[in-house]
Design a binder for this molecule. Sequence first.
Ligand code: FAD
Length: 640
Amino acid sequence: RKWWSSLRNGLSRVSRAPAGYRAIHRRYDVIVVGGGHAGTEAAAAAARVGAETLLVTQKIDTIGALSCNPSLGGVGKGQLVREVDALDGLCGRAGDRAGIHFSVLNRSKGPAVWGPRAQLDRQRYRDFIQAELLATPRLEVMEGSVEELLVEEERPGRHRVTGIRLAGHAPPLEASSVILTTGTFLSGFLFLGQTSSPGGRIGDPPSSSGLSRTLKETLGLQVGRLRTGTPPRILKDSVDLTLATLHPPDQHPTPFSFLNTHTHCKPEEQLPCYLVRTTPGVDRVVMESLDDNSHIQEDTKGPRYCPSIESRVLRFPGRSHQVWLEPEGMTSNLLYPQGLSMTMPPDMQLRLLRQIPALHRVEISTPGYGVQYDYVCPTQLCPSLQVKTTQGLFLAGQINGTTGYEEAAAQGLWAGVNAARSALAAPLLALSRTESYIGVLIDDLVTRGVTEPYRMFTSRAEFRTLLRPDNADLRLTLKGFEEVGCVSAQRYNEAVRVKEGLEEAFSTLGSLSRSPRDWIVSFSRATELLQYNDITYDDLAAALPESLAPFLEFSQRLKIEAVYRPHCELQKKEIQRIEREEGMYLSPDLDYLSLPVSLSNEVREILDRVRPTTLGAATRLPGMTPAAIVHLLNFVTRAH
Ligand code: FAD
């Protein structure tokens, strides 16, 4: 049983299962492979839904590790964190516990596209996630490397997952559902200068080749290759911060979690970030380093929105680029130079950094490096994140071609929900793109696929005025409790209280139609007054304390809702149309190649390859025209 649990100190409570637990640790409802951002949310969500769950990961110590930047949230990503929190996930509360610099990005734009973001203390983040997992009922955590996925063929081309096999001589473990969240580890290769070696992340070996083999050869899944990189970490006391521009945090930190009214770090304890810029000397070193840099290959796509300094200089020669110097922890002497991801040899990395005035005497603690890895083309997944051709196999996180902790966490949570539901014989669920950014993310992945690492932006959401960070609880917490089963009663009760409070406040505002004399605007409803830029809820409450003071705790939310409500009403009509289309399911066995010849071969081939699950998903496939949809609709109606 040595393999069974090699938990490090403080993580020794491996089995916290209640009495009556299944045949001891040989069979689980759900096994999650990988303890990164997708895996931890997946495991916790599956257990919350009611499945006996096992999380297997290579190293217990790296559960919840932030492989790259020590930060959470941002524009689009912050919305995902709020939604994961609204569904009772971990990352929002972990961010509030570990945050050391909070700021809401995009403040100059409307609240719908504000991006809550925090700089994190790495160790605190990990500690919080690990403690939460250990305290989760029905969840066990185990250190081990999964060598192989066990599957049975049900009929040609269709499989069913039955469990996993670990490295070494451990007996196989059975499961009804398995979630793979192996991040950058699948056939991972690390790059530094001209050297490369197998690895998933610095200090960690790659995932076994057996796992890739099962996916490619046994299950016949289409697998592609992507790359990403990370900057060197530098010593703070070697940086001349007087030559950098100070970037203070928000004076009033905004928590990520709906359960928190304030962050763990006090406002005055927050640490600043600093801004510097690249110089022509940086471009020179990049150009000199190219022959010694084997990671920079055009045929393997890197993240377009978080590119390496090498690709930025090659794409925009002569331009000066921003570099943020971000703290890695409350007491850490390390800074993370965001914007300087690089893979050139370490001596050239040092030369490059020293071309920036504030870094002229900088010392490196760990050099930057790159990683290339396999991802599974996500059009092979259903909106539940189950592999279309393999019952019980779910994929989430970077393995699906995304980049970023938030994207991974969001998929992990949803895969965890569905893997548990599948194991417990409950119907699988999809989140629609009209109700959440998580729905947008998953729909984009499964219908459009990826050609480069995918990250979330607010511009990807058609209904972003409805999908705001402030109302994620109203959109998802109630549903999460009533329909999905992943939300605790405590969180549900709080969301119901807030919903009822907001409704009552709105109906009070709507009923106040005669303005007091000191309101500049004459006869109008209080809700309409609240839409004016310079009128706050607090102004109204001061004028009408008896009616409005009881709702002061919601003042910011009421202001945002009043501004957006008229537009949201219009959007809801469009959503109803989409829901009708989403409600029309397309059979997985449709013979798309026999669609009328008036449809282009390209469209028929895309439909045949992707096999969208609904008419709505079909409309969003690349190349689908309104005419093609009409043909498809006729075809489907006849086929029924
Ligand atoms: P990970 O967080 O990578 O977790 C995977 C987990 O699976 C690990 O715990 C691993 O030990 C475990 N595992 C793997 N194989 C097995 C196995 N066979 N058995 C058991 N356990 C296994 N994101 C950005 O947004 N911007 C960036 O610039 C950026 N740069 C990055 C640079 C580097 C070098 C790396 C490594 C990552 C970078 N990321 C970046 C990505 C970010 O770290 C990921 O998006 C995020 O961590 C993905 O979460 P995940 O859960 O999918 O995978």
